[in-house]
Ligand binder design. Structure first.
Ligand SMILES: Nc1ncnc2c1ncn2[C@@H]1O[C@H](COP(=O)(O)OP(=O)(O)OP(=O)(O)O)[C@@H](O)[C@H]1O
Length: 340
């Protein structure tokens, strides 16, 4: 009899295929939701862009000659999943807003897919970028990559988060703006939220630390807030890189058959920017934009990842939450009032 976890895993997989999210060991899907909402726009509107990014084969995969599972056609914006059914090649073709092949560099993905979103955040919009995909496909690499080198320069392998941070500070400083920037970084593991930026309290046991409750609540205005999560004020890109390094090192990861350092949690890094605008008369206008950068835990085929017992339960939780997220996004796209 199928366990609840296995059912959730199977449902998640079916969902991914049915809802045209092509998934595969080698394919990484980035899904981004931009919520256009600020002081001047009352109605919020959602724009969904889907990007597909295929990572290159790693050394182990090349050594054992892993067969090609997908191909990308960047100009046609298509990803084909290669399938052989009863000795017949029956490929499935998926179309995206933009497809990045295995040779795509971190910089080009950022410039084409993310930089326009960061500009909107600086204009006072709230935007969210999700990295979504099968385990081991490069979500954390794309979101974090290499943070920054000692000289504070961006290395070629820097991912979306360090690049977004750099763009935000370069723009604000270039405009000579009167601004403040705050960040939060937290992870959702099973049903527990952990503040990844909490200061170290070596005297306290992990049990005691967990008692400091951080929980998801509704604020009564239809918005979700994370209660107990303190925002950290930051004054430079380097401040954020230091915090990020501390936070990223605390994320729960484990060794699976599909990824040596697999993230077992969803992580959410949020940058909130307040910019003082010109004043008219006595009125002072503050522009506020928020950028959420979400690195989701990998959707997982439990048998292929080698997960057992607690790990299989954990994978079940991951798949269940991804399934729910998928349903929420589908409901937003269809402007439904209810989530099926
Ligand atoms: N474009 C790329 N170029 C080179 N190496 C990559 C690329 N994408 C991913 N990798 C490497 O592949 C491995 C798996 O990537 P990563 O940990 O980012 O996957 P993930 O999707 O976050 O997995 P999980 O869901 O299990 O956490 C890492 O060693 C990473 O450095």
């Amino acid at each position: 009899m199928a366990t609840l976890e296995t059912k959730a895993a199977n449902q998640a997989e079916d969902f991914q295929i049915e809802s045209r999210y092509c998934y595969d060991m080698l394919a990484q899907i980035k899904l981004e939701v931009r919520q256009l909402k600020n002081q001047h726009i009352q109605d919020s509107q959602f724009v969904i862009d889907r990007f597909s990014n295929k990572r290159p084969l790693n050394d182990d995969e090349q050594r054992i000659n892993v067969p090609k599972a997908i191909t990308c056609n960047e100009s046609k914006r298509e990803v084909s999943v290669l399938q052989n059914v009863a000795n017949k090649q029956v490929d499935k073709v998926f179309t995206f807003d933009k497809v990045f092949g295995p040779k795509a560099q971190q910089r080009s993905i950022y410039d084409q897919a993310i930089s326009p979103i960061v500009k909107e955040v600086l204009d006072g919009f709230n935007c969210t970028v999700f990295a979504y995909g099968h385990t081991g496909t490069g979500k954390t690499y794309t979101m974090e990559g290499e943070m920054s080198n000692k000289a504070g320069e961006l290395p070629a392998e820097a991912g979306i988060i360090p690049r977004a941070v750099r763009q935000i500070f370069d723009t604000l400083e270039g405009q000579n703006a009167d601004y403040s920037v705050k960040v939060t970084f937290w992870e959702l593991y099973n049903k527990e939220i952990t503040n990844l930026l909490a200061s170290e309290e070596p005297s306290k046991s992990s049990e005691e630390r967990q008692k400091k409750h951080v929980s998801l609540m509704e604020d009564g205005k239809g918005c979700v807030v994370v209660r107990g999560l303190e925002e950290e004020a930051v004054y430079s890109a380097t401040d954020i890189y230091n915090l990020l390094e501390r936070g990223a090192a605390r994320r729960r990861t484990t060794d699976t058959l599909l990824n040596k350092r697999s993230s077992r949690s969803h992580s959410v890094f949020t940058i909130t920017i307040h910019v003082k605008e010109m004043t008219v008369g006595d009125e002072e206008l503050i522009k506020c934009g928020k950028l959420n950068l979400v690195d989701l835990a990998g959707s997982e085929n439990i048998s292929r990842s080698g997960a057992r017992e607690a790990r299989a339960r954990e994978a079940g939780e991951i798949n269940k939450s991804l399934l729910t997220l998928g349903r929420v996004i589908t409901a937003l796209v269809e402007h439904s009032f209810h989530i099926a």
